[in-house]
Ligand binder design. Structure first.
Ligand code: ADP
Ligand code: LRH
Length: 496
């Protein structure tokens, strides 16, 4: 049996064929494409039509290669972003990028209408400017005509799925990331929605991962020259939900995971949301997971800081390969200066190297000068933040995590994995790289009744993909670095 997964990350997307035989999953990437945001005037957008073109291209390639008997396909993507449709089902505007600047100061406005504690208790979701709720409120404040004329709101994978099938559905895991979904009621929180003066009719009924959504429309099949019908299924459409579903089962105990890509999502799996004063204080979130689980996690700024730095250097004329980045980091002296990677100054596209330098200057630290020093400062700060968050997760859950499972494209960065093991003083198990695609595939198999549950899915991951173990090194030096890092965090806590 063959299924097709589309996984759209903030930096790239891919189409992956999945086939399970005798408890062993093989994947084949058949199409990969860049996902580049587009600045138009004062707004930053996703190029949604290009993404749809790439999805059709992926379907076409699958057929051209000879996969003509695909049982189902599914799409997952980054969270929080959405498109608005009018009453005729037409897309009203190109979706905004979650890093668009129009949410500046909007959270404070929202919190004057719904107190922070109440919003957290009703949704269990961390406070980040990127959340859907703040984008919608910014659009309302700006008298945005797309919002005024909207009949439905679809999150990015739901929107692309609608373009394919004509069916409008809201998938659960992604819906939770809006900060407008109430896990206790298992529904959109219409009280919040109404208090904010947002149109309640735009929110569609939610469906669970594993639900069949519809068939690819005949017009699209004609366009691609494809005879056979093709079903589309909802999976854990939030890419992180799919990635967590693909964390391999190594030991029968609670586990901590780190999904590494543009963002670093550090968390653990829980049966119910953990909504209390500590989660609120530490801004830890409860996002919906597959198979009735929740993802108790925190967003950490992640490899975005490296991506932005290398983007700027490329604009300035120097393209640094991953190999060269590694060399430069290894040549730079360790532990010269640290930043809080989650400081609000780093969230938007910027001249990241200068922002890193500014942070170090403002906190009276050594100011990294060379590219290697800047990259090293980013990497060390990131992994020290991992430790900080991991310790809070342990305090919240009462679980002591003996290891950390890292998945996602970021684990190709071996220094990141090694530094993580060093910083957290525990072994790191890295793999698989394409966790989101794999989680997407395994959920399709569950929806098609070929896999029974999440345990079986995770056993398949463990059997099918290499997992690399990183042992901790230089414990004493990293301990000293962590103590210095915590002082910086205390002095400069401007997280949001
Ligand atoms: P997303 O899905 O968020 O777009 P991915 O999971 O595809 O992200 O991971 C992309 C990140 O992985 C890049 O930002 C880059 O930092 C890192 N990466 C990818 N390939 C390599 C590599 N060969 N060496 C080191 N890092 C890599
Ligand atoms: C990772 C991710 C993350 C979200 C962010 C918008 O790709 O989905 O879980 O918080 O993008």
């Amino acid at each position: 049996m063959t299924v097709l997964a589309f996984d759209l990350g903030a930096s790239s997307g891919r189409a992956v064929i999945g086939q399970i035989d005798n408890g062993y999953l093989t994947i084949q990437e058949i199409h990969r494409f860049k996902n580049k945001p587009v600045q138009v005037g004062s707004h930053l957008h996703w190029d949604i039509l290009n993404l749809f073109t790439e999805i059709k291209q992926g379907i076409l390639k699958a057929h051209q290669i000879g996969f003509t008997n695909i049982e189902s396909l599914a799409i997952d993507s980054w969270a929080v972003d959405f498109g608005l449709l009018d009453k005729n089902g037409e897309l009203l505007a190109n979706p905004y990028h979650y890093r668009d600047r129009h949410t500046r100061d909007i959270m404070d406005e929202v919190l004057t209408i719904i107190p922070k504690e109440e919003l957290f208790h009703r949704t269990g979701i961390q406070f980040m400017d990127i959340n859907t709720i703040y984008h919608l409120y910014a659009m309302k404040t700006a008298n945005n005509t797309a919002l005024q004329n909207a009949d439905s709101l679809l999150m990015i994978p739901d929107l692309l799925q609608y373009f394919l099938t004509g069916q409008q559905k809201s998938e659960f895991t992604n819906a939770t990331t809006t900060q407008l979904f109430n896990p206790e009621m298992q529904n959109w929180d219409y009280e919040i929605i109404e208090k904010l003066g947002l149109p309640s009719k735009i929110f569609k009924d939610t469906i669970q991962p594993g639900t069949m959504v519809g068939e690819v429309l005949p017009d699209i099949r004609d366009e691609l020259g494809i005879q056979s019908s093709l079903s589309v299924m909802a999976v854990g459409e939030h890419d992180t939900a799919s990635a967590v579903a693909a964390v391999p089962r190594i030991k029968d105990q609670n586990f901590a995971y780190l999904s590494c890509g543009t963002w670093s999502l550090l968390g653990t799996e829980v049966p119910d949301p953990v909504i209390n004063e500590k989660t609120l204080k530490w801004n830890i979130t409860n996002e919906g997971g597959v198979n009735d689980t929740y993802r108790l996690l925190k967003n950490i700024m992640g490899l975005w800081l490296l991506q932005e730095s290398t983007r700027i250097w490329e604009l300035e004329g120097e393209r640094l390969s991953f190999e060269l980045q590694k060399e430069l980091i290894e040549q730079a002296d360790p532990f010269r200066a640290f930043v809080n990677p989650d400081d609000s100054m780093f969230i938007k596209p910027a001249h990241m190297p200068k922002e890193i330098q500014r942070y170090c200057q403002e906190t009276n630290q050594y100011v990294p000068q060379t590219k290697g020093e800047i990259l090293r400062c980013i990497l060390e700060s990131l992994v020290l933040k991992y430790r900080f968050v991991l310790e809070r997760l342990e305090e919240l859950t009462g679980v002591s995590f003996s290891e950390l499972h890292m998945v996602g494209g970021g684990i190709k960065n071996s220094l990141l994995c090694q530094f993580t093991a060093n910083a957290i003083h525990r072994p790191v198990y890295a793999g698989p790289i394409e966790a989101s695609s794999i989680g997407n595939i395994l959920m399709q198999y569950q929806g098609l009744n070929r896999i029974e549950n999440l345990q079986e899915a995770r056993n398949i991951v463990r059997n099918s993909f290499p997992i690399k173990k990183y042992e901790k090194e230089d414990s004493h030096k990293w301990e000293q670095a962590y103590n210095r890092f915590k002082v910086i965090l205390d002095e400069q806590s401007k997280e949001r």
